[in-house]
Design a protein around this ligand. Sequence first.
Ligand code: F6P
Length: 357
Amino acid sequence: MRIGILTSGGDCAGLNAVIRAVVLRAIHGYGFEVVGIHEATEGLLRRPLAYTPLAPEDVQDILATGGTILRTTNRGNPFAYPMPDGGRRDRSAEVLEGYRMLGLDALIGVGGDGSLQILRELARRGGWNLVGIPKTIDNDVAPTERAVGYSTAVMVATEALDRLRVTAASHNRVMVLEVMGRDAGHIALTAGLAGGADVILIPEIPYDIDKVCARIEERRRSGRPASLVVVAESVPSPAGAVSTYQDAHGQTRYGGIGRVIADEIAHRTGAETRVTVLGHIQRGGSPVPLDRVLASAFGVYAVDLVAQGRFDRMVAWQNRRVVDVPLEQATAGACRVDPDDPLVHTARGLGISFGDR
Ligand code: F6P
């Protein structure tokens, strides 16, 4: 069998560990041939095609490295491909033709919900044998408790809070940390808990800025003038506006709510505030052990699915083991924080405010 692998969407820590596991399992376990397609489906659009045959020696040193040796993109949806004139064009037929030219028997696609949705539609049209592996720092792919990259992002955000606490305490400041997560508050919630935040603002729990400020003032009155606030990037402002910006290519991205919250707190309480926007630091760097293990388990299992001829499936982590689920479940929409999640309960139990009570 000749199988392909590609990474799609935003990079994150652990992608190389997935590639390594796929190559080792496919070649040592089954004697398959493995081809790495460059930059998601871009490699199938290019002529000549952009891909690399992958051998065990190509992946022997990549387990602990960040990024993806195959490179990736989150701008190349072939059904609405961005053209130089600013318009969009359906280039899916070229991708399907590229896939046929490569002569693959199966494809392992590593991506978040958006990428997996695109790949699934291509697979449906082109008759591809597709297996999906979930990766995203946002951890919003519904059927898996954990996606590759999430644990590392949480570790980075937690470390940032640990550092910010020192400056908050030294200067009696309120330090606001804005973290990624797209429409979900998983990173903010988990890092906020792990990093000892005093206030966690996530899009799933509507907040009242007066309650946030009341918590900060209450802390000051009790002799704790420093506070740590972690805010997820998609949290709306007190007036209900979502902070976004357009990049030079016209893509809309979240960003800026940290500043809004910090200014509101400063104006209402008189506290000195500072903002840190953690940004892409959450995505790069060496994967933490949990991401390496998850990536390895997913890679091995995905190749096993290919060998068994079980396609249109996605590997997932559920109840401390790898399972497989219909790929369709992964594309049913972003999985957000449940306001009744046990971690929310834990945070409340520790006295952390979500600004709602
Ligand atoms: O989906 C991963 C993610 O990092 C989101 O948390 C964030 O909103 C977005 O990607 C940023 O995208 P870009 O890398 O295009 O700036």
